[in-house]
Design a protein around this ligand. Structure first.
Ligand code: SER
Length: 318
Protein backbone atom coordinates (compact mmCIF):
# COMPACT_ATOMS: atom_id res chain seq x y z
CA UNK A 1 0.00 0.00 0.00
CA UNK A 2 1.23 3.46 -0.87
CA UNK A 3 1.89 6.03 1.83
CA UNK A 4 2.12 9.56 0.51
CA UNK A 5 3.35 12.84 1.97
CA UNK A 6 2.11 16.04 0.34
CA UNK A 7 4.47 18.88 1.23
CA UNK A 8 2.67 22.23 0.87
CA UNK A 9 -0.74 20.62 1.35
CA UNK A 10 -2.51 23.88 2.18
CA UNK A 11 -1.38 25.68 -0.98
CA UNK A 12 -3.17 26.18 -4.31
CA UNK A 13 -2.41 22.74 -5.78
CA UNK A 14 -1.59 20.88 -2.56
CA UNK A 15 -5.01 21.38 -0.96
CA UNK A 16 -6.82 19.69 -3.86
CA UNK A 17 -4.11 17.13 -4.61
CA UNK A 18 -4.20 15.89 -1.01
CA UNK A 19 -7.96 15.32 -1.25
CA UNK A 20 -7.68 13.63 -4.67
CA UNK A 21 -4.97 11.29 -3.36
CA UNK A 22 -7.03 10.49 -0.25
CA UNK A 23 -9.99 9.52 -2.42
CA UNK A 24 -7.71 7.23 -4.41
CA UNK A 25 -5.59 5.69 -1.65
CA UNK A 26 -7.67 6.14 1.51
CA UNK A 27 -7.43 9.06 3.92
CA UNK A 28 -5.02 7.44 6.36
CA UNK A 29 -2.44 6.86 3.60
CA UNK A 30 -1.97 10.52 2.67
CA UNK A 31 -0.25 12.88 5.11
CA UNK A 32 -0.99 16.59 4.69
CA UNK A 33 2.36 18.32 5.29
CA UNK A 34 2.15 22.00 6.25
CA UNK A 35 4.12 24.83 7.80
CA UNK A 36 3.19 26.54 11.07
CA UNK A 37 0.74 29.35 10.32
CA UNK A 38 -0.76 27.46 7.32
CA UNK A 39 -2.53 24.64 9.16
CA UNK A 40 -5.03 22.44 7.26
CA UNK A 41 -8.66 23.37 7.90
CA UNK A 42 -12.04 21.67 7.48
CA UNK A 43 -12.16 18.56 5.30
CA UNK A 44 -8.42 18.65 4.68
CA UNK A 45 -7.78 18.48 8.44
CA UNK A 46 -10.46 15.87 9.11
CA UNK A 47 -9.98 13.40 6.26
CA UNK A 48 -6.52 12.11 7.19
CA UNK A 49 -3.31 12.68 9.14
CA UNK A 50 -1.39 15.93 8.98
CA UNK A 51 2.12 16.86 10.12
CA UNK A 52 4.34 19.90 10.22
CA UNK A 53 6.70 19.36 7.27
CA UNK A 54 8.86 22.40 6.54
CA UNK A 55 11.07 21.75 3.49
CA UNK A 56 13.78 24.00 4.86
CA UNK A 57 14.28 21.53 7.73
CA UNK A 58 15.61 18.23 6.36
CA UNK A 59 15.52 16.45 9.73
CA UNK A 60 11.85 17.33 10.13
CA UNK A 61 11.05 15.90 6.68
CA UNK A 62 13.01 12.77 7.51
CA UNK A 63 11.11 12.29 10.79
CA UNK A 64 7.72 12.59 9.05
CA UNK A 65 8.78 10.16 6.30
CA UNK A 66 9.97 7.66 8.91
CA UNK A 67 6.92 8.00 11.18
CA UNK A 68 4.33 7.49 8.43
CA UNK A 69 6.35 4.96 6.34
CA UNK A 70 6.18 7.29 3.36
CA UNK A 71 7.16 5.94 -0.07
CA UNK A 72 6.03 8.85 -2.29
CA UNK A 73 6.49 12.58 -1.72
CA UNK A 74 4.61 15.26 -3.67
CA UNK A 75 6.75 18.32 -3.07
CA UNK A 76 4.57 21.37 -3.74
CA UNK A 77 6.33 23.94 -1.58
CA UNK A 78 7.17 27.01 -3.69
CA UNK A 79 6.68 30.75 -4.11
CA UNK A 80 4.94 31.80 -7.35
CA UNK A 81 6.62 33.98 -9.97
CA UNK A 82 5.68 37.54 -8.98
CA UNK A 83 6.09 37.13 -5.23
CA UNK A 84 9.39 35.27 -5.77
CA UNK A 85 10.83 38.32 -7.58
CA UNK A 86 10.35 40.35 -4.39
CA UNK A 87 11.64 37.58 -2.06
CA UNK A 88 14.35 35.87 -4.14
CA UNK A 89 16.38 34.46 -1.24
CA UNK A 90 13.29 32.89 0.31
CA UNK A 91 12.19 31.55 -3.09
CA UNK A 92 15.56 29.80 -3.43
CA UNK A 93 15.55 28.51 0.16
CA UNK A 94 12.13 26.94 -0.25
CA UNK A 95 12.40 25.89 -3.89
CA UNK A 96 15.98 24.61 -4.07
CA UNK A 97 17.45 24.17 -0.58
CA UNK A 98 14.07 22.60 0.28
CA UNK A 99 14.17 20.34 -2.76
CA UNK A 100 17.68 19.22 -1.81
CA UNK A 101 16.38 18.21 1.63
CA UNK A 102 13.50 16.26 0.09
CA UNK A 103 15.74 14.49 -2.42
CA UNK A 104 18.28 13.52 0.25
CA UNK A 105 15.54 12.00 2.40
CA UNK A 106 14.08 10.27 -0.68
CA UNK A 107 17.50 8.81 -1.50
CA UNK A 108 18.04 7.53 2.03
CA UNK A 109 14.53 6.13 2.49
CA UNK A 110 13.72 4.99 -1.06
CA UNK A 111 10.89 7.42 -1.84
CA UNK A 112 9.64 8.54 -5.25
CA UNK A 113 9.37 12.33 -5.60
CA UNK A 114 7.11 14.60 -7.66
CA UNK A 115 8.12 18.28 -7.81
CA UNK A 116 6.34 20.58 -10.26
CA UNK A 117 8.22 22.59 -12.82
CA UNK A 118 6.43 25.28 -14.81
CA UNK A 119 6.01 27.25 -18.02
CA UNK A 120 8.12 29.69 -15.98
CA UNK A 121 11.19 27.53 -16.68
CA UNK A 122 11.28 28.98 -20.21
CA UNK A 123 12.49 32.42 -21.29
CA UNK A 124 12.49 34.95 -24.11
CA UNK A 125 14.88 32.91 -26.28
CA UNK A 126 12.63 29.81 -26.09
CA UNK A 127 10.51 29.15 -29.19
CA UNK A 128 7.06 30.37 -28.04
CA UNK A 129 4.90 28.56 -30.58
CA UNK A 130 4.59 24.83 -29.84
CA UNK A 131 7.51 25.02 -27.43
CA UNK A 132 9.36 21.70 -27.75
CA UNK A 133 10.03 19.36 -24.84
CA UNK A 134 13.78 19.79 -25.13
CA UNK A 135 14.67 23.37 -25.95
CA UNK A 136 16.40 26.54 -24.72
CA UNK A 137 15.63 27.35 -21.07
CA UNK A 138 17.10 30.72 -20.06
CA UNK A 139 14.48 32.29 -17.75
CA UNK A 140 15.22 35.67 -16.18
CA UNK A 141 12.94 35.35 -13.14
CA UNK A 142 14.17 33.75 -9.92
CA UNK A 143 11.07 31.52 -10.13
CA UNK A 144 12.18 30.29 -13.56
CA UNK A 145 15.78 29.85 -12.47
CA UNK A 146 14.62 27.75 -9.53
CA UNK A 147 12.33 25.66 -11.79
CA UNK A 148 15.13 24.88 -14.27
CA UNK A 149 17.30 23.97 -11.29
CA UNK A 150 14.46 21.79 -9.96
CA UNK A 151 14.41 19.84 -13.22
CA UNK A 152 18.20 19.46 -13.35
CA UNK A 153 18.63 18.56 -9.67
CA UNK A 154 15.81 16.01 -9.89
CA UNK A 155 17.44 14.50 -13.00
CA UNK A 156 20.80 14.41 -11.20
CA UNK A 157 19.43 12.52 -8.20
CA UNK A 158 17.79 10.11 -10.63
CA UNK A 159 20.91 9.44 -12.69
CA UNK A 160 23.36 9.51 -9.80
CA UNK A 161 21.42 7.62 -7.11
CA UNK A 162 18.44 6.08 -8.93
CA UNK A 163 15.87 8.19 -7.04
CA UNK A 164 12.53 7.98 -8.89
CA UNK A 165 12.06 11.71 -9.52
CA UNK A 166 9.32 12.92 -11.86
CA UNK A 167 7.85 16.29 -12.80
CA UNK A 168 5.69 18.20 -15.25
CA UNK A 169 5.91 21.80 -16.44
CA UNK A 170 2.56 23.08 -15.24
CA UNK A 171 0.77 25.84 -17.15
CA UNK A 172 -1.16 28.46 -15.15
CA UNK A 173 -3.57 26.48 -12.95
CA UNK A 174 -7.20 27.56 -12.66
CA UNK A 175 -9.42 26.44 -9.80
CA UNK A 176 -12.48 27.56 -7.81
CA UNK A 177 -11.18 26.11 -4.52
CA UNK A 178 -7.93 27.60 -3.19
CA UNK A 179 -6.84 30.83 -4.90
CA UNK A 180 -3.25 31.16 -6.17
CA UNK A 181 -1.07 33.82 -4.58
CA UNK A 182 1.43 35.97 -6.44
CA UNK A 183 1.63 34.34 -9.85
CA UNK A 184 1.64 35.81 -13.35
CA UNK A 185 -1.24 33.61 -14.47
CA UNK A 186 -3.45 34.50 -11.46
CA UNK A 187 -5.52 36.84 -13.64
CA UNK A 188 -7.13 33.82 -15.27
CA UNK A 189 -8.55 32.85 -11.86
CA UNK A 190 -9.33 36.40 -10.65
CA UNK A 191 -11.36 37.13 -13.79
CA UNK A 192 -13.92 34.48 -12.78
CA UNK A 193 -14.32 35.96 -9.29
CA UNK A 194 -15.09 39.39 -10.80
CA UNK A 195 -17.41 37.93 -13.44
CA UNK A 196 -19.45 35.87 -10.97
CA UNK A 197 -19.69 38.79 -8.52
CA UNK A 198 -20.97 40.99 -11.35
CA UNK A 199 -17.93 43.29 -11.20
CA UNK A 200 -15.80 44.72 -13.97
CA UNK A 201 -12.41 42.97 -14.20
CA UNK A 202 -9.22 45.05 -14.34
CA UNK A 203 -6.80 42.93 -16.36
CA UNK A 204 -3.07 43.23 -15.58
CA UNK A 205 -2.02 41.37 -18.76
CA UNK A 206 -2.02 43.03 -22.21
CA UNK A 207 -4.48 42.08 -24.94
CA UNK A 208 -3.01 39.45 -27.26
CA UNK A 209 -0.71 37.87 -24.64
CA UNK A 210 -1.26 34.12 -24.80
CA UNK A 211 -0.20 31.69 -22.09
CA UNK A 212 -0.79 27.98 -21.48
CA UNK A 213 -3.43 27.28 -18.83
CA UNK A 214 -4.96 24.17 -17.27
CA UNK A 215 -8.04 23.42 -15.15
CA UNK A 216 -7.25 21.95 -11.74
CA UNK A 217 -8.85 18.50 -12.29
CA UNK A 218 -6.51 17.98 -15.27
CA UNK A 219 -3.50 19.23 -13.28
CA UNK A 220 -4.23 16.77 -10.45
CA UNK A 221 -4.58 13.90 -12.92
CA UNK A 222 -1.31 14.89 -14.61
CA UNK A 223 0.59 14.67 -11.32
CA UNK A 224 -1.01 11.39 -10.22
CA UNK A 225 -0.87 9.66 -13.62
CA UNK A 226 2.78 10.57 -14.15
CA UNK A 227 3.67 9.16 -10.71
CA UNK A 228 1.75 5.95 -11.50
CA UNK A 229 3.21 5.50 -15.01
CA UNK A 230 5.43 2.45 -15.57
CA UNK A 231 9.03 3.67 -15.40
CA UNK A 232 10.16 1.57 -18.38
CA UNK A 233 7.97 3.72 -20.67
CA UNK A 234 9.58 6.98 -19.55
CA UNK A 235 12.32 8.47 -21.70
CA UNK A 236 12.17 11.78 -19.84
CA UNK A 237 11.59 11.90 -16.11
CA UNK A 238 11.50 15.54 -15.16
CA UNK A 239 10.01 18.60 -16.81
CA UNK A 240 7.34 17.07 -19.06
CA UNK A 241 5.45 19.75 -21.01
CA UNK A 242 1.72 19.26 -20.29
CA UNK A 243 -0.85 21.39 -22.11
CA UNK A 244 -4.62 21.75 -22.17
CA UNK A 245 -5.52 25.21 -23.50
CA UNK A 246 -3.83 28.45 -24.44
CA UNK A 247 -5.57 31.83 -24.41
CA UNK A 248 -5.12 35.58 -24.16
CA UNK A 249 -7.21 37.88 -21.89
CA UNK A 250 -9.67 38.81 -24.65
CA UNK A 251 -10.25 35.14 -25.44
CA UNK A 252 -11.22 34.19 -21.88
CA UNK A 253 -13.28 37.38 -21.55
CA UNK A 254 -15.25 36.48 -24.70
CA UNK A 255 -15.83 32.95 -23.40
CA UNK A 256 -17.18 34.28 -20.09
CA UNK A 257 -19.40 36.79 -21.93
CA UNK A 258 -21.10 33.89 -23.75
CA UNK A 259 -22.51 32.85 -20.34
CA UNK A 260 -22.53 36.22 -18.56
CA UNK A 261 -23.20 38.78 -21.32
CA UNK A 262 -23.01 41.79 -18.94
CA UNK A 263 -19.42 41.02 -17.98
CA UNK A 264 -16.86 43.74 -18.77
CA UNK A 265 -13.08 43.89 -18.70
CA UNK A 266 -10.66 46.82 -18.80
CA UNK A 267 -6.87 46.72 -19.17
CA UNK A 268 -4.46 48.24 -16.63
CA UNK A 269 -1.23 46.45 -17.48
CA UNK A 270 1.20 45.52 -14.69
CA UNK A 271 4.70 45.91 -16.21
CA UNK A 272 6.32 43.13 -14.16
CA UNK A 273 3.56 40.60 -14.85
CA UNK A 274 3.51 41.59 -18.53
CA UNK A 275 7.29 41.17 -18.92
CA UNK A 276 7.10 37.73 -17.29
CA UNK A 277 4.09 36.70 -19.40
CA UNK A 278 5.84 37.71 -22.63
CA UNK A 279 8.84 35.54 -21.76
CA UNK A 280 6.70 32.40 -21.38
CA UNK A 281 5.42 30.09 -24.15
CA UNK A 282 2.25 30.91 -26.08
CA UNK A 283 1.53 27.21 -26.37
CA UNK A 284 3.63 24.16 -25.46
CA UNK A 285 4.08 20.96 -27.44
CA UNK A 286 3.28 18.18 -24.98
CA UNK A 287 3.63 15.21 -27.33
CA UNK A 288 6.32 13.54 -25.17
CA UNK A 289 3.91 13.38 -22.20
CA UNK A 290 1.18 12.04 -24.47
CA UNK A 291 3.46 9.34 -25.91
CA UNK A 292 5.46 8.33 -22.83
CA UNK A 293 2.70 8.12 -20.20
CA UNK A 294 -0.56 8.71 -22.02
CA UNK A 295 -1.28 12.29 -20.95
CA UNK A 296 -4.64 13.62 -22.19
CA UNK A 297 -6.41 16.77 -21.04
CA UNK A 298 -10.18 16.79 -20.52
CA UNK A 299 -10.97 20.49 -20.14
CA UNK A 300 -10.67 23.04 -22.94
CA UNK A 301 -11.53 26.74 -22.49
CA UNK A 302 -15.34 26.49 -23.01
CA UNK A 303 -15.74 23.44 -20.74
CA UNK A 304 -13.60 24.94 -17.98
CA UNK A 305 -15.37 28.32 -18.19
CA UNK A 306 -18.81 26.73 -17.79
CA UNK A 307 -17.64 24.62 -14.83
CA UNK A 308 -15.86 27.52 -13.08
CA UNK A 309 -18.94 29.74 -13.28
CA UNK A 310 -21.26 26.94 -12.15
CA UNK A 311 -19.05 26.03 -9.16
CA UNK A 312 -18.12 29.58 -8.12
CA UNK A 313 -21.67 30.94 -8.23
CA UNK A 314 -22.97 29.24 -5.05
CA UNK A 315 -19.72 30.03 -3.24
CA UNK A 316 -19.72 33.75 -4.05
CA UNK A 317 -23.48 34.44 -4.31
CA UNK A 318 -25.12 32.08 -1.79
N1 SER B 1 1.19 29.95 -12.21
C1 SER B 1 2.59 30.23 -12.10
C2 SER B 1 2.84 31.67 -11.95
O1 SER B 1 2.13 32.44 -12.56
C3 SER B 1 3.33 29.71 -13.28
O2 SER B 1 3.60 28.37 -13.16
O3 SER B 1 3.75 32.05 -11.28
Amino acid sequence: MKNVLVVGSTGQIGSELTMALRQRLGGSHVVAGYIVGCEPQGELAESGPSAVADVTDGRMIDAVVEKYHIDTIYNLAALLSVVAESKPRLAWRVGIDGLWNILEVAHERGCAVFTPSSIGSFGLETPHDHTPQDTIQRPRTIYGVSKVTTELLSDWFHHKYGVDTRSVRFPGIISYVTPPGGGTTDYAVDIFYSAVRGEKFICPIKEGTRMDMMYMPDALRAAIELMEAPSDRLVHHNGFNVAAMSFSPEMICAEIQKLLPQFQMEYRVDPLKQAIAESWPDIMDDSCARTEWGWQHEYDLPRMTADMIEKLHPRLCP
